[in-house]
Write a protein that binds this ligand. Structure first.
Ligand SMILES: Cc1ncc(C[n+]2csc(CCOP(=O)(O)OP(=O)(O)O)c2C)c(N)n1
Ligand SMILES: [Mg+2]
Length: 376
């Protein structure tokens, strides 16, 4: 019996806008995104990067707990976010695609509040189709598969995008979510931001597969690798994946090749494990540089517009910070009011004596009835 090949696969890499801002006309027709939309995307990148820089400074000046910068990954977040429909599709994110969340209605101050340690920043407003920012690596992919399954069962013409990093594809959750989503053929797009590092672990020792995209084949999903710093490639690949998913054509795993230009979080110092030459080479591939070159080449952008956009971003972000820092502190008793449907006597007592130095003790026994010692 001759040996037959039972499976063959290849991963394509899509780049439309190169590092010099030159576009491949065969792959990109202007009408896929209008000039107006491209200008909007670039202007929005300026705002998002300003927010990122300010968040970093807030942390360094003790006004924020920790923060994972998104710097360098804006095209991946914005290109994919623009491909999904706000209010109709659903995003299940991790923490490095803020720009996509803002596009889909997440108030900017919520992200800051969240990293300032205020849980209300992760309470997604009514009508905004986003699950809370996931810090446990990978859990959101399972949520995405489930939400997409619900869309399918309800015959709703909607799609889910879940975001995760290269490191997350080494987690069991990724494989379970991919398996479930493909077996059920749900309308879900798995969007991996391969930024080359999982904290201090480089991709080469994180996984033995040459690409993340090829992992799709094990599950019978579609696969594509795109230049993640190329807004057009990201948009096109995501748009196609969403259209296919909505039409019942299956799950797609998109691997967006990008780079984390900053530290993993503000608690990290990447100089201890990353080669400066590597970082410098990726700085040259910054998604904002090439998009600006493209727009300038088309006469859609110039220094004056750049200055105006940066000024607008500064004012807007300052207002966002003001809102994040100005929110009224939650009441101490919220811990009782929002954890239990009903309080048992012990908890009632704790609530009643919460602000005394005799918390949880019977007031009559510790003399609190006569002149309670109240703390501020
Ligand atoms: C389940 C779980 N394991 C470990 C961690 C600690 N951790 C935080 S970020 C991270 C690396 C994630 O790398 P990657 O998925 O590539 O995302 P990136 O931070 O590069 O965007 C790890 C291991 C965690 N948050 N959750
Ligand atoms: Mg990573």
């Amino acid at each position: 019996m001759p040996i037959r090949t039972v499976y063959k696969a290849q991963v394509d890499h899509l780049q439309i806008l190169d590092e010099d801002g030159k576009v491949d006309d065969k792959l990109w027709r202007g009408d896929i995104l209008s000039d107006e939309q491209v200008v909007f995307a670039y202007d929005f990148m300026i705002t998002c990067r300003q927010l990122d820089e300010i968040a970093f400074k807030l942390q360094r000046s003790g006004r924020m707990g920790t923060y994972p910068q998104n710097k360098g990954q804006e095209a991946a977040a914005i290109g994919s976010g623009m491909a999904a429909v706000k209010g109709r599709d659903f995003l299940c994110p991790c923490y490095r695609e803020n720009a996509a969340l803002f596009l889909h209605g997440m108030p900017m101050e919520y992200v800051l509040m969240n990293w300032m340690g205020d849980e209300r920043g992760n309470k997604i407003p009514e009508g905004v189709n986003i699950t809370p920012i996931s810090i446990p690596i990978g859990t959101q992919m399972l949520h995405a598969a489930g939400i997409a399954w619900a869309y399918k069962l309800r015959k709703e013409d909607r799609c889910v995008i879940t975001y995760f990093g290269d490191g997350a594809t080494s987690e069991g959750d990724f494989h379970e979510a991919m398996n479930f989503a493909t077996v059920q053929n749900v309308p879900c797009v798995f969007f991996c931001q391969n930024n080359q590092w999982a904290i201090s672990v480089p991709r080469e020792i994180q996984m033995n597969s040459e690409t993340v995209a090829q992992k799709a084949f094990a599950y019978g999903a579609h696969a594509i690798q795109v230049d993640g710093n190329d807004l057009f490639a990201v948009y096109k690949a995501t748009r196609e994946a969403i259209d296919r998913a909505r039409a019942g054509g299956g799950v797609t795993l998109i691997e967006a090749m990008t780079y984390r230009l900053a530290d993993h979080t503000t608690a990290d110092d990447a100089r201890r494990y990353r080669d400066e030459a590597e970082v410098a080479s990726w700085r040259g591939k910054d998604p904002m540089i090439r998009l600006r070159k493209y727009l300038e080449g088309k006469g859609l952008w110039d220094d004056a517009r750049q200055a105006a956009s940066e000024e607008k971003a500064k004012v807007l972000v300052a207002e966002v910070v003001k809102r994040a820092e100005g929110i009224e502190k939650p009441a101490v008793t919220d811990i009782f009011d929002y954890t239990f449907a009903e309080l048992d006597p012990e908890l009632e007592l704790q609530k009643a004596t919460m602000r005394t130095s005799s918390i949880g003790q019977e007031p009559s026994q510790v003399g609190l009835n006569s002149g309670e010692r109240q703390h501020a």
